[in-house]
Design a protein around this ligand. Structure first.
Ligand code: HEM
Length: 141
């Protein structure tokens, strides 16, 4: 049994779950839960949570870059017989990924007053990326 593909697939999926799941929990659970607090207390709690969450965001970005690049370079770079749509769909996925990575890093900075709106944007992009990844899987068979 080839262990490396399993390890890298695990790393890709656990990092995607950590990043996108964290954003969804923040936007649809944590933010509505904080709405009852005063603006001052809300900012304090949000900034503390963003500081605690940031290392996890950084770790999952590194995990996705390492595992995604490994997967691309070993399985797809020179692969023949891929459906014609695979590369354009992969290109759109990578653009959305760059948006998610950049905005997640911005949103977890301290004192950010646009955090809620930024995280809502990347919740949508994150779900689209997962949809496109499912399409890629079908196109690569
Ligand atoms: C927010 C960031 C990302 C998310 C949420 C994400 C999510 C996913 C998911 C859910 C899969 C399907 C996994 C499977 O069925 O084994 C996948 C596959 C894949 N991902 Fe990502 N990914 C992200 C970033 C990246 C990056 C940065 C790269 C490349 C540098 C990449 C390259 C790939 C490749 C090559 C596949 C296989 C596609 C196929 O089956 O044809 N991903 N990704």
């Amino acid at each position: 049994m080839d262990v490396l593909p399993i390890l890298f697939r695990f790393l890709h999926i656990i990092s995607a779950v950590t990043l996108v799941g964290g954003v969804l929990a923040w936007v649809y659970g944590f933010l509505p839960g904080l709405a009852a607090l005063s603006a001052d207390s809300r900012a304090k709690v949000e900034n503390a949570a963003a500081a605690a969450w940031r290392p996890l965001v950084l770790t999952s970005i590194v995990g996705l870059l390492v595992s995604g690049s490994w997967n691309f370079l070993t399985n797809f770079l020179h692969r023949e017989g891929l459906s014609r749509g695979w590369h354009p769909v992969f290109g759109v996925k990578i653009l959305l990924v760059l948006h998610v990575f950049a905005v997640a890093l911005l949103a977890t900075k301290p004192g950010n007053t646009k955090r809620g709106r930024q995280l809502t944007g990347i919740a949508v992009s994150g779900m689209l990326i997962i949809l496109l990844s499912a399409v890629l899987r079908i196109l690569s068979k």
